[in-house]
Design a protein around this ligand. Sequence first.
Ligand code: F6P
Ligand code: MN
Length: 327
Amino acid sequence: MTTLAKYLNTDAHDPALIDVITTVTEVGKTISQLLKKGALADILGEAGNQNVQGEEQKKLDVLANDLLLDALATNSHCAGVASEELDDATPANADGSLLVLFDPLDGSSNIDINMAVGTIFSILPYQRQGHMSENSDFLQAGNKQLAAGYLLYGTSTVLALTIADNVVMFSLDPDTGDYVLIEDNVQIDADTSEYAINASNYRHWRAPMQQYIDELIAGKTGVRGRDFNTRWVAAMVGDVHRILCRGGLFTYPFDTKDPNKAGKLRLMYEANPMSLLIERAGGAATDAVNRILEVEPTEIHQRVPVVLGSKNEVNYVADLHVKHADQ
Ligand code: F6P
Ligand code: MN
């Protein structure tokens, strides 16, 4: 049996990275416990509301954010933290060598219906040791990530992690509290017949994406000559996990619903870490045409269209967009 601690603690891995990953995954255990209590925990409800005892209630995504923030702030290797829940990055220890970005509870609308949610994290190098970190320090392309992963709080709690080119999965043993290795060197098939998209946005998509989904729906009777099947967890972390387990394509494409938002998902703490996992597992991740990992960020909370998963399918989408670039 290989535990996470055993897997991480080798000379191949930077001790600072090991320490920060350990901090994040230890907090993941606490979040997992809180989620298990569900409606019994006195924590569900809107942030700022009061519960029946008149105490301040915190929404679980705020609570998960605070737990991660507090734990990382006291980790000497962490120079700063950026989170979906914080407008600006929070500086931590100026002498630290790492920056940590996270989505504390992805898919949080799933909490109220007892469905899967997760924590997504990305770790970048810190270039200005000795100085307090600022927002601009975080603006590094995804291909600079030193490690990335997610914790999926589903029927069981699973950690997917990429470090040193490898993608690994661990399952949290509820009896011992250990993360136990369940899959080493995760790889995704290049072909798939399963796709994930919120099709209610169809009329807002660009023509190539509409054409792509039309082709999948036509199945055997269309140009693809075979049937496809939809799966949509409504939490990116769940959809990406399915893809790491059995392939597939996940997309939240560009849409014109809100002209200020070039897609829904956030580049730095959703798209980048998931793209690193997917690419290292042999898949591909684009904004429909270009690699997500090469996007140079201009702000911490910027959004990006996402197409990721089985390589041949992601490339098929890119070809359609290139062919119909005028549409
Ligand atoms: O974090 C954004 C997110 O919740 C993703 O986890 C998920 O894939 C997506 O939004 C769901 O969006 P929608 O509610 O539009 O289907
Ligand atoms: Mn999210």
